[in-house]
Design a binder for this molecule. Sequence first.
Ligand code: BES
Ligand code: MN
Ligand code: ZN
Length: 498
Amino acid sequence: MKISFAKAALPTEGALAVGILEGRVLTATAGQIDHKTGGLIARALAASRFEGKKDQTLLLLAPAGLTVQRLLLIGLGKPDSVDGLAAEAYGGTAVAQLQAAGDQLLTIAVDPIGGSPLAPAEFAAHAAAGARLRSYRFDKYRTKEKKEDKPSLKKVVLSLDESGEAKRRFARLDGIIDGVFMTRDLASEPANVIFPTSLAEQAKTLAEQGVDVEVLGEKQMRKLGMGALLGVGQGSARESQLVVMRWMGAEDQDAVPVAFVGKGVTFDSGGISIKPAGGMEDMKWDMGGSAVVIGLMKALALRNAKVNAVGIIGLVENMPSGTAQRPGDVVTTMSGQTVEVINTDAEGRLVLADAMWYTQDRFKPQVMIDLATLTGAIIISLGDHYAGLFCNDDGLADKLVAAGKGVGELLWRMPIDDPYDKQLKSDIADMKNVGGREGGSITAAMFLKRFVKDTKWAHLDIAGVTWAKKDGAVTPKGATAFGVRLLDRLVADNYEQK
Ligand code: BES
Ligand code: MN
Ligand code: ZN
C-alpha cells in the first residue's frame, strides 16, 4: 500500500473518506460534496443514527452526483478532542473499512478543524500513520486465500493544501512504523521459524540501518557466568543467544546510553514444569519483549535519533528434555547470586536477571527499561488495556506514563515494595524463582529488582498487550508491537539532544 499526499481536489475514482464532527457538523470537504450532490450527506445523516461521534462510520455506495464508488463518513468526535491519536484512528478506520472493499484508490480528506489542537499537516501525517499501521497483515503462509478476500487497496492519498509539510512530518512516523512492522513480523512468526539463532540473524539485519550488532553464544555466556539464562535454554536443541545492539546517534559519542532489555523466549513450553496443551501455541509470542527492542532500535536508527541507545535481548527456548533443568535445581547468576528454580515455567525472570546484569555491568546506562511477557498474573490484574509498569524512580515512571498516553500505549504503575520480596525466600539459595500465587506479577518484578544495581530502572510486563485477540483502531488482531512507539516517544521527549 503506497501512501502519498496531494493538494486538495475531489477525487474522481475509488473511495473517499471524509470526517464529520460530533453533532453532525460537516468538515469543509464534506460540505463541498454535500453542495455538489444536492444535499446527499445531509439526507444520509438525517436517515441514520450516525452523529459524527468518534469511531462511528457510515458508508454510502455509488453516491449519485459523484464518480467515486464509495463515500465513507467517519466520526471525528468533538473538535477539541481531535488530537494525534484521533487522527490515527481516522486513517486507521478508513483503511479497515475499505481495505478489501474492491477499490484500489482511497482518498482521505484532511480539513482544518477549528478548535482542534492539531494543524492540518500534523493531522494528515497522523492519519497516514494510522492508515499504514492498520493495513498491516501477516499473510506470508496463506497460499489459498481467495482474491476477493485479499486487500484491494493499492494507494492511499491524503488530500490537503499543506501536502509538502504533511509529507515531511509523515517521513519520521514512517520510519517508526517500519520498526513496528518488523516487531509484528518477528512476533507473528512461529517458533519453528524464529528460534534463538534465527532471531539473532534477524537482529543482525539492523546493520543496514547503522546499528552495531554483536551476538554472544553459549560459550561466551558461560564464561561470563550467566548460569540463569543458560539453565533455561539447556533443555533445547537450539543454542541460546545474547544479542547486543548499539545505536550511537548522539553527537557526543561518549554520552551515557539509555538501555532496553528484552525477554526473548522463542517458545515457552514451561520446561519440565510443562504448561497445559490448551493455548500453549500462544507461547510463540514469549519473545515479544525482544521483538520490541529490535523494532525500537530500527525505529531510532531510521529516524536518526540523536541518542546513544543499547538494546540487549536474551534469546532462549524453554523446552522439556533429558537435558532440561529440573525443579529444585540451583543456578548461579552472573551477579553471583544463586537461585533455586522451583518452577521451570518462571523462566523469563531468569533470562532477564543475567541480561540486565550484563547490561549494567558493561554499559552503565543512565536508565534501563526491560520489556517482558513475564506473567499471566498481569493479565488477571490489568487485562489487555494497560501494561504493568514497575519502576524504582518516580521521574522515570511519570515520563513513561506520559509517553504511553501520547501514543495510545497505556501503562499502569504497580507497586514494588519490600514486603513482596519476602515471598522469594529460599531454604537453600539466595532466592527462589517464584513467590506464590499472590501478587504474581509483583513478586516477578521483585525478583528482577534483585538484579538492578544503582540504576534507574523500569520493567514493563507486556504479557497482556503483546498480541490482540481483536482489531483495534490502529492494530489489527495479532501482534501489536506495544512498546515500540511508546519507547520511541520516551526517547524523543526526554533523552535526545535537541
Ligand atoms: N511467558 C509466561 C507468562 C505468560 C502467560 C505470558 C500467559 C502470556 C500469557 C511466563 O514465562 C510464565 O509462564 N509465567 C508463569 C509464572 C509462574 C510459574 C510463577 C505464570 O504466569 O503462570
Ligand atoms: Mn513460562
Ligand atoms: Zn515465559
